[in-house]
Write a protein that binds this ligand. Structure first.
Ligand SMILES: [Zn+2]
Length: 502
């Protein structure tokens, strides 16, 4: 008897169909797995044998050959336990082979026969739908997560006994309800940023156009506070975007299967001592997503940017430009989306107090130069907005009027984004625009203002586009269709306001 069950192998977020063919064969009793299974898949035999026996089912006294096809595809993790167990039970005629038609399964089998959720259930469910493998059996604890995927029949199962009862037709599946969605309310209000009009304006522009932002200033001037409030200005995710974000977190094993689906964009704040694999992605086997992918559709905040090794910063350049990370390995190439809003913060010098009115800088000029040289030009060129943040003294704070609240500014950000989406298509931000799209919406006078500035300041061609993108966002925040000279002038100010040398 040949039994066939389907499973989904994930290479990054990309699903691949795996056919699990089980057959009895002559030879010594035991299970023989062929088709590039990794260690966890090989260990499955021990778990499945014990689980089948302890569930009151029969472990075959003959040889079982299991082929995982296609052979050249890496198959990783304990999620293959469940389809393997189902295959063995069907090959030994303990469940009818016909009941396996259009069946896909994913889950780890415990020694007691219980079915446990595995990381990556959500992208597996997306894959099962896209590959049209048919109905999907998953651990009951992960059924809500899988049921977020529409157009797919999801069956949550507790243990092998229930799996057998369902496939024999002795029991009807329970309905799997999708996990609820939520937008966690942020307690961080832009109103708390007092006496810093330029900083407030810059985070608004960054949020509206998705522009990367560099904050330079001494310790305690509120760089992190600004970055977190910028995150709170981003509009909630659409349902399909939230699923995409949750899928990445699921692959990384960072998502509890029963957690509500968050519509809030992610905010990631890795420490500056993070490894390249931790930031970009990597690890053994199939590369796992790093902080950059985990921040997809949200904010990646890297504080003390210049403390991070230069070669790691250089590795950020391409993913920031393309909105995608590619990690190539001997056996696989993995892609993760990384459309992040990158916020970098740094002290102006090693001691942190260059330009600080409260304290004098104690750094030697050559040390300052070396420190600055670590922020490579090409990475800086990919950051549209540079501002210097100064500490606000108590007198200024006492006199400063309350600024607008996050709710007011977020509404303006949303309107600006909607204006862009109507013009260029859903999800398009000013930072994504091509040269011709930018020029089309620019007045002749604004263009000559920009050309004069570029010539006078010897800015790169990339700086030209980036300035125009920021100007586009500023015009959209004012609900103006054509970019005017004052929009270009304001955009140029955010390129040049960084202190000397940056
Ligand atoms: Zn200093």
């Amino acid at each position: 008897m040949l039994a066939l069950v389907h499973a989904v192998a994930l290479v990054g977020l990309t699903p691949h169909r795996v056919r699990i063919e089980c057959s009895r064969a002559t030879g010594l009793p035991g299970m023989r797995l062929v088709g590039l299974p990794d260690t966890a898949v090989r260990e499955a035999e021990d778990r499945i044998r014990t689980a089948i026996q302890r569930s009151g089912l029969r472990w075959p006294q003959e040889r079982i050959v299991i082929n995982l096809a296609p052979a050249d595809l890496p198959k990783v993790g304990s999620g293959f336990d469940l389809p393997l167990a189902i295959g063995v039970l069907a090959a030994t005629e303990q469940i009818p082979a016909a009941s396996l038609a259009g069946l896909c399964a994913c889950g780890e089998v415990g020694l007691d026969g219980s079915i446990r959720p595995v990381p990556g259930t959500l992208p597996t469910a997306v894959g099962a739908r896209d590959l049209r493998t048919g109905r999907l059996f998953v651990a009951e604890a992960a059924a809500g997560e899988a049921a977020l995927v529409t157009d797919l029949e999801v069956v949550g199962v507790r243990d092998l006994t229930e799996v057998v009862a369902l496939l024999r037709g002795d029991r009807l599946p329970r309905e799997s309800l999708p996990t609820p969605t939520e937008v966690p309310a942020s307690t961080l209000d832009l109103r708390d940023v007092r006496g810093q009009p330029v900083a407030r304006r810059t985070v608004e522009i960054a949020a509206a156009g998705g522009h990367h932002l560099l904050l330079v200033g001494p310790p305690g001037c509120g760089k992190t506070m600004l970055a977190r409030r910028l995150h709170a200005l981003l509009p909630p995710l659409e349902m399909d975007q939230a699923l995409e974000v949750a899928a990445i977190h699921s692959v990384a094993g960072e998502r509890a299967p029963d957690a509500p689906l968050s519509l809030a964009p992610p905010l990631r704040e890795p420490h500056h001592s993070i490894s390249a694999a931790g930031l970009i992605g990597g690890g053994s086997g199939i590369a796992r997503p790093g902080e950059l992918a985990l921040a997809h559709r949200g904010v990646l905040l890297l504080d003390e940017l210049l403390e991070t090794p230069r070669w790691i910063l250089d590795a950020l350049r391409q993913p920031l430009e393309r909105g995608e990370i590619t990690i190539t390995r001997a056996r696989s190439r993995v892609r993760y989306p990384s459309r992040v809003l990158f916020v970098a913060a740094t002290n102006p010098c090693p001691c942190g107090h260059l330009g600080d009115p409260r304290r004098a800088c104690t750094c030697r000029p050559d040390r300052i130069e070396r420190y600055r040289a670590r922020l490579s030009g090409p990475l800086l060129d990919r950051i549209d907005l540079h501002i210097e943040v100064q500490p606000v003294d108590r007198r200024q704070l006492a006199g400063a009027a309350d600024g607008e609240s996050t709710a007011v500014v977020a509404a303006r950000v949303l309107e600006a984004r909607q204006r862009g989406a109507e013009r260029w298509g859903a999800g398009m931000l000013a930072r994504d625009l091509q040269d011709h799209q930018l020029r089309a919406g620019c007045s002749g006078r604004a263009m000559s203002t920009l050309v004069r500035a570029i010539d006078g300041l010897a800015l790169s061609a990339r700086a030209f586009d980036r300035t125009l993108r920021v100007a586009r966002t500023i015009a959209d925040l004012e609900a103006v269709e054509v970019i005017a000279p004052e929009h270009v002038e304001e955009a140029l100010a955010y390129r040049l306001s960084a202190p000397v040398g940056l």
